[in-house]
Design a protein around this ligand. Structure first.
Ligand code: NAD
Length: 472
């Protein structure tokens, strides 16, 4: 299948999910059409100097819904990018923001390159030129459209985007809020890098704590002891695996670009990362078995399968062979709509991307707030809080006549710093959103978390449109 077909299928899957939820909702058809429509897409072809010659680079930015501003969504560097893929991803961003109560519309951008083929110098030129094109079209700005990292991009690219925007807008005091996912010294926030993986962990842990959900899947409560498989050990996949392992779950399989490995006794994540750094591959890890292909990793028997690479990974072709009890969509769109029907028939729970990978945009929102307020979270209150707890402990000691140890004091008498607040805000967001989805599912008699997630998002966006009215 070509990249163009893949993009088209992805968009068709997103439309299918929307229509399924829209059919259950009781909003007027015209309003639903407005919510579904992608508001604007801009496409670029720009030249970049490469090895003494020129190359024409193709790129896009889609703003799916302007019902809230700014719009927000990552920028992807992928040779398989297509306009339909960008629209599908921008669409998911709109619903994702609504589900986790992030007051943004949805957007997404893509540059059609294989980032691995270019030097850092060339990537910087491509990134700066793309940013300049976005500025010319008014598709970037702290109040307009705020990109973030996605597949193939990270803090380095975000710093180049911020620097280009700042160079063109030296008079804008909030200019740094034009992009999120920056490194901390460049105005980023502690906790952003791991945010998506951490959100996947908080959300899955909450589901696993629900006796009702676990009973339906024939599993006991709690994440600890559950086996899991990761597809894609990039930013999202690595961090999800790290927090799952720290939470007591057991990593039994990994699928990466070069192939997949399996060890039912558990894979040590840090040993695997060191092995990959040394050899350039996850294969041939001591104690683990190499599987025949990278796709084979998805079929390993486990409790939780976490696709964290790309869309269209579980399709009608392989869905029947998936033997996990839960599929947690850390990536965007890894399960096609045809595959989802098969998984549901097999009694497998699919935790949808628009909920479970919303940790990234949630912490991006915190970063944007930090940029607008020009102060690190916790800076004003940390010492004050610590002092208040110290005074409270003094009273406890006086009243009980017991002297607390240094360790006991250290645990209680501390103020929250930026990372504590970001983790706490993310945990609260993921837990609250999950319970909202469950309530919607119960209220509307929906037996599928994705439909419940789309319904929740549609309801919130519909209220927004109805209260705002239509201009002019
Ligand atoms: P990344 O580039 O850091 O990592 C992707 C990993 O997947 C890489 O290690 C790559 O080698 C691997 N991979 C690619 N094709 C594969 C295949 N066929 N089989 C197995 N492994 C394969 O990207 P990321 O930022 O971790 O994003 C991964 C997914 O998560 C994407 O769908 C992205 O849209 C989604 N997502 C990312 C964020 C974020 O904050 N970065 C937020 C929400 C959703």
């Amino acid at each position: 299948m070509t990249a163009i077909d893949e993009g088209r299928n992805f968009l068709a899957s997103v439309d299918h999910y929307f229509n399924k939820a829209a059919a259950v909702s009781n909003h007027p058809t015209g309003l639903l059409s407005q919510i579904r429509a992608c508001n604007s897409v801009v496409s670029f072809n720009f030249p970049v100097r490469v090895d003494g010659g020129f190359e024409v680079i193709q790129a896009w930015r889609a703003e799916h819904s302007n019902h809230k501003l700014p719009v927000k969504g990552g920028i992807r560097y992928s040779e398989n990018a297509s306009v339909d893929e960008v629209i599908a991803l921008a669409t998911l961003m709109t619903y994702k923001c609504a589900i986790v109560d992030v007051p943004f519309g949805g957007a997404k951008g893509a540059v059609k390159i294989d980032a691995k083929k270019y030097s850092a110098d060339t990537l910087e030129r491509i990134t700066r030129r793309y940013t300049h094109e976005l500025i010319k079209k008014n598709f970037i700005g702290p109040a307009i459209d705020v990109p973030a990292p996605d597949y193939g991009t990270g803090a380095r690219e975000m710093a180049w985007i911020a620097d280009t925007y700042l160079a063109m807008h030296p008079e804008q005091i909030d200019a740094l809020g034009c992009v999120t996912g920056k490194s901390v010294p460049q105005g980023g926030i502690r906790g952003r890098k791991e945010a998506t993986g951490l959100g996947v962990f908080y959300g899955t842990r909450e589901i696993c704590d629900s006796a009702e959900d676990m009973q339906a899947l024939g599993m006991t409560r709690g994440l600890a002891g559950k086996t899991f498989v990761i597809q894609g050990l990039g930013n999202v996949g690595y961090h999800a695996a790290k927090f799952f392992t720290e939470g007591g779950a057991v990593l039994v399989g990994v699928s990466e670009f070069e192939g997949s490995i399996h060890d039912p006794n558990g894979i040590d994540l840090e040993k695997l990362m060191a092995h990959r750094k040394e050899t350039g591959s996850i294969l041939d890890l001591a104690g683990a078995q190499n599987l025949a292909s990278r796709e084979a990793g998805l079929e390993i028997e486990c409790d939780i399968l976490i696709p964290a690479a790309l869309e269209n990974q579980i399709t009608e072709e392989n869905a029947q062979r998936i033997s996990a009890k839960m599929v947690v969509e850390a990536a965007n769109g890894p399960v096609t709509s045809g595959a989802e029907a098969i998984l549901q028939q097999k009694g497998i729970m699919v935790v949808p991307d628009i909920y479970i990978n919303a940790g990234g945009v949630t912490v991006s929102y915190f970063e944007w707030l930090k940029n607008l307020s020009h102060v690190r979270f916790g800076r004003m209150e940390k010492r004050f809080e610590q002092g208040a707890f110290e005074r409270l402990l003094d009273i406890v000691e006086k009243e009980t006549g017991r002297k607390l140890s240094e360790d006991e004091r250290r645990v209680v008498a501390r103020g929250a710093d930026e990372a504590d607040l970001v983790y706490s805000g993310l945990e609260e967001t993921m837990i609250t959103a999950y319970h909202e989805l469950r309530e919607t599912a119960k209220r509307d008699g929906v037996d599928n978390l994705r439909t419940a997630a789309f319904l929740t998002a549609i309801d919130k966006i519909a209220v927004s449109y109805m209260e705002l009215g239509v201009f002019p």
